[in-house]
Design a protein around this ligand. Structure first.
Ligand code: ZN
Length: 175
């Protein structure tokens, strides 16, 4: 089922989400619906608050990038209660967009590599060392679970430049 999205600057996108204590059938269905919703919107990933659920869950629809560093979509991965560690000192700057902030793309600087530990849909813990765009997407989605958006991470002059665009998005989706 394709789920309705929550748009900037809905309060639910600004809330610290709760840890998941039990992996129920409903949660499994929700995760699958989130993957379907990501694909339907031509996104790369989706975090639970973006569909109005304030729980620590996100999905990505890629695990690999091509030679030019662009995601190869169609390989979904579910992260429950993710924890990010070991951010590299080396950083990379690249464009990001967000399904909750339609039409906008801006450059964000983030660590080049991280380690993420999470539970899968069977409740098994897994750890991944991720780099480049895969790491970037994990950090972007993980930020959502803490009420943080990528536009919070752009330099002040960019934030100023996109102010009007953000207001237009607010008007369009919350009228
Ligand atoms: Zn996002």
């Amino acid at each position: 089922m394709i789920l309705p999205l929550v748009y900037y600057d809905d309060k639910r996108l600004r809330t610290k989400c709760e840890s998941i204590t039990t992996i129920t059938d409903e949660l499994q269905t929700l995760a699958r619906d989130m993957i379907e919703t990501t694909r339907a919107n031509k996104g790369l990933g989706l975090a639970a608050p973006q569909i109005g659920k304030l729980i620590r869950l996100f999905v990505l629809d890629f695990t690999e990038c091509d030679d030019e560093g662009y995601p190869i979509v169609g390989d979904p991965l579910v992260f429950i209660n993710p924890v990010i560690t070991n951010p590299s000192k080396e950083v990379v700057t690249d464009f990001e967009g967000c399904l909750s902030i339609p039409g906008l793309r801006e450059e964000v600087t983030r660590p080049k590599t991280i380690t993420v530990t999470a539970l899968d849909l069977d409740g098994n813990e897994f750890s991944i060392e991720a780099s480049d765009y895969f790491a970037r997407a994990i950090m972007h989605e993980n930020d959502h679970l803490n009420g943080v958006l990528y536009i919070d991470r752009v330099p002040p002059y960019v934030r100023k430049a996109i102010k009007k665009d953000l207001q237009a998005i607010k008007r369009k989706y919350h009228s």
